[in-house]
Design a protein around this ligand. Sequence first.
Ligand code: ATP
Length: 334
Amino acid sequence: MPLDARDQTESRTGTDPDFAIEAKGLTKVYKGQGKSGEKRALDNVDLQIPRGSLFGLLGPNGAGKSTFINILAGLVVKTSGSAKIWGYEVEDNPRMAKAAIGVVPQELNIDPFFTPEEMLDVQAGLYGVPKAERRTDAILETIGLTDKRGAYARTLSGGMRRRLLIGKAMVHDPPVLVLDEPTAGVDIELRQQLWENVVELNKRGTTVLLTTHYLEEAQELCDRIAIINNGQVVAHDDKRHLLGRLDAKTVRVTVRENLTDIPAPLQPFNPTIQSDGVEADGRTVMTIAYRPSSMTAGEIINALNVANLTILDLSTEETDLEDIFLQLTSRSKG
Ligand SMILES: Nc1ncnc2c1ncn2[C@@H]1O[C@H](COP(=O)(O)OP(=O)(O)OP(=O)(O)O)[C@@H](O)[C@H]1O
């Protein structure tokens, strides 16, 4: 029988664990080589990835994302702290931890002379899945490669290869799937397709952890997001909360009139007249900060109209994950 972490956990505790992945005080220090000093790639990382979530681990190059994944995959040995998959400490219970996780690597390493069907079969063999229990057809269907099942891998496009790697990570039906930069180098159309595949897997109950430095990817796909920088978790929250933290937009408006005082209809919006606001030709530039969750830019425009001002120019500054990311990663520099 292949190891099935879900069954084992159920018989052990009667329920699935609350957290598919849990790290506590996880630290990794790479020893320096030659003249280079040691590198603290993970520094006391606490991270809880709820069962069933589609979790994004974001961070710039060198932040420590691969180190985190490699510790989970059993490829890198932690220096201290704890790393659990499906409730199993990776180092103490490597077989159960490994059975609970499928890792899709970043590199497109695929044997060019195997077909997708053969490759899934070989992988299932490696995980000890008996022939009768193999789900090759279902996996090929999920990753959209049914009609390519007999084609040599060398004839597959980059996007198809990436999907095949996802399929390989699924042969032992792990409850947790980890994707390391799944869409790096994948063109926009295929990226969309891959996203759909990942969302579908998640809907069917697989917990997905993906690393990415495409903010758009995390914003579009993930329900929870952690941001890691210099080996430290600098944010970890529900996506909406994370975006909500910056519930602030700015309207910048230029009006024809020369304003020295704020007209009454605008006073509730507390506008700021720019220091260089009143220009030589008499026009005024002002900014108004507002919370998009409780107000629209339209209300501000209405107030400008009620005040009989002539709007010459108006722009809003958006905030998105990128702003949060930049704020947090620049704050934690050093
Ligand atoms: N085997 C190693 N020996 C020494 N230092 C290492 C080793 N592997 C990684 N590092 C260093 O640890 C830090 C974290 O690297 P890691 O690969 O985990 O980052 P990352 O967030 O995955 O970046 P990327 O997106 O570029 O893969 C980097 O400074 C890196 O140079």
